[in-house]
Design a binder for this molecule. Structure first.
Ligand SMILES: Cc1cc2nc3c(=O)[nH]c(=O)nc-3n(C[C@H](O)[C@H](O)[C@H](O)COP(=O)(O)OP(=O)(O)OC[C@H]3O[C@@H](n4cnc5c(N)ncnc54)[C@H](O)[C@@H]3O)c2cc1C
Length: 528
């Protein structure tokens, strides 16, 4: 069966595919989005997993979403409301805790309880990271220049980057190089002496990677997580009212308003290739959709090896795609709770439960969690990032009950022994046991639990090897190397086939930048 022609067919209705579609439709293009699942959003979805309990099943907090996207697409008008996530509470096994909040003076006071020197260094560190973020931020919005090409625009972009680097004060220059080369733990060691502070801060350096806090390169991931802003407040994180899916739904509404068509339950099976040109997609139900351009928001393994086919691609490109690293290392445990957890170190309900609760008591603890993963097993005592969004947004749980989201590392996709289907429950128990050491009532207040292993993340969201960012955010896979060297500008070796998801610059997280940058690229080339 043949369908009407589109200008662009977008494969995948995750938030990037939707941002991409919205910008193309606003520019007057006829756009169709084909989403495999019954709902849009990809890893940014809200689902009522248990009656009355609405979970941000995968991603759970937002910060990186580009402010220009919120503005251009008028997302608040389409229902987006971001509620602040206040602080990070880190319980410690010795009965103490570290609790950093958005109130600067309170946090200083709290850190000084652990170390006066660190309280002072914390201010300096915050300022330095803001400067680093300011330097890197414009890079998020640009197409990564190819340093091997002599194209004028690329050379101009590289030159302007070099000039901006040149203008940085010397300490910032040093910090920038250190961030690119050091481990999160080593980088933080230069600033702080309190173990629990370094441990909990280093956690942002390992999210979504198969690296430990002592692995070189993780300092950059630290910065990646620092670049968000909410309502102009740098590095702050928040919840979307109604769960993370509300972000995707708002973007989808803006795309529809601009004229884009979005079809769910429409998995693409193949990209139609004729004489080296993409001509449309073949859906799994046999329907052919013709379009001038195909733009894929799914990862390069699925796009090229499954949907295009190696026979249509240069051999060296196929090798690079095969080399692209996923190595999923995260799991998620979503709990429906009858009451609130009660922490031994700070009993009772309170503001400490409203922010992130981080199980990251020491740098050794974090590194040991990785040691397990290195040798093919999930962490016996994992790093866990917990949030209870129902405290901030009661609409997502029945009255008096709560939703608790636990992001867990490490859960390596490739297990040395057994399969994830066999280990799922055991893994879930490990997470609950770990949390129960800090909040003993937890086990008794769990009504239901959903355990997602990296295999489940792959099956449910179509994220290869369960990597949460559609491929590791490691330095060798960033900027002009993402997803593969020479093809970091949203174009591909197939004419009229583009990439627009997290596997492209500037990478993963609910950011929308890949979708927006790729739309700009297509519109620019269209004009030419
Ligand atoms: C467990 C977990 C926790 C996370 N936590 C956070 C967080 O708290 N904050 C944050 O900023 N980021 C977080 N992330 C990362 C973030 O969610 C992702 O980087 C981002 O959502 C990816 O968006 P995307 O649109 O690029 O890709 P995806 O969301 O992967 O979207 C791709 C879409 O393509 C669809 N698809 C796949 N195959 C096909 C096909 N054959 N045909 C049609 N459609 C197809 C998929 O169903 C999906 O909807 C998390 C991710 C996970 C998995």
């Amino acid at each position: 069966m043949m369908n009407s022609n589109f200008d662009v067919v977008v494969i995948g209705g995750g938030h990037n595919g939707l941002v991409h579609a919205a910008y193309l439709a606003r520019a007057g293009r006829k756009v169709l989005v084909c989403e495999r699942r019954h709902l849009v959003g990809g890893a940014a979805v809200t689902e009522e997993v248990f009656p009355g309990f609405k979970f941000s099943v995968a991603s759970y907090v937002v910060s990186l979403l580009r402010p220009e996207i919120i503005r251009d697409l008028d997302l608040p008008k389409h229902g987006l409301e971001i509620l602040p996530l206040d602080g990070t509470f880190t319980p410690m096994p010795n009965g103490d805790y570290l609790w950093r909040v958005n109130d600067h003076a309170k946090t200083r006071f709290e850190i000084a309880r652990h170390s006066r020197l660190d309280a002072e260094a914390y201010d300096e560190y915050g300022k330095a990271m803001v400067e680093m973020g300011r330097f890197v931020k414009p890079i998020l919005a640009m197409t990564a220049p190819d340093p091997t090409s002599l194209a004028v625009k690329g050379l101009r972009d590289l030159l302007s980057l070099a000039r901006r680097f040149q203008k940085l004060p010397n300490p910032d220059k040093h910090n920038q190089v250190q961030l690119m080369t050091m481990s999160a733990a080593d980088f933080l060691d230069q600033w702080f002496e309190t173990d629990v502070l370094k441990a909990t801060m280093s956690a942002s350096g390992i999210i979504g990677t198969f690296l430990g806090v002592r692995s070189p390169g993780t300092a950059y991931v630290l910065l990646h997580h620092y670049m968000g802003e909410i309502d102009g407040a740098f590095r702050s994180w928040g919840f979307a009212r109604g769960g993370t899916g509300a972000i995707s739904n708002a973007i989808a509404a803006a795309a529809r308003e601009a004229g884009a068509e979005i079809r769910v339950e429409s998995p693409a099976a193949k990209i139609l290739i004729e004489n080296g040109h993409a001509k449309g997609v073949l859906l799994e139900n046999g329907e052919e959709i013709r379009a001038k351009i195909v733009s894929s928001s799914v990862d390069p393994r699925l796009t090229f090896l499954k949907m295009v086919g190696a026979e249509h691609l240069p051999a060296d490109f196929v090798e690079d795609v095969e080399r692209y690293k996923f190595r999923g290392s995260s799991g998620k445990v979503n709990l429906a709770l009858d009451a609130l957890p009660d922490f031994k170190c700070l009993p009772g309900p309170g503001a400490h439960l409203r922010g992130a609760i981080s199980i990251s008591p020491s740098v050794d603890y974090m590194e040991r969690a990785y040691d397990d993963a290195k040798y093919g097993r999930y962490s016996r005592r994992p790093y866990i990032d917990v949030v209870i969004p129902s405290l901030t947004d009661p609409s997502i749980a029945p009255a008096g009950k709560h939703v608790m989201s636990c992001f867990v590392q490490y859960a390596p996709y490739h297990l040395k022994e057994g399969t994830w289907d066999e280990k799922r429950d055991e893994f879930g128990d490990t997470v609950i046991d770990t949390l129960t050491e800090y909040a003993p009532n937890l086990r008794n207040i769990i009504l239901q639990r959903q355990v997602l292993t990296p295999l489940d993340i792959e099956r449910r969201f179509g994220l290869s090897e369960g990597n949460i960012f559609q491929g590791e955010l490691s330095l060798e896979q960033l900027f002009f190397l993402r997803p593969v060297p020479g093809w970091a500008q949203y174009r591909t070796p197939i004419h009229s086939l583009y990439l627009c998801g997290s596997a492209t610059h500037p990478g993963g997280g609910i950011m929308g930048a890949p979708g927006l940058n790729a739309a700009r690229k297509i519109l620019h080339e269209w004009k030419r």
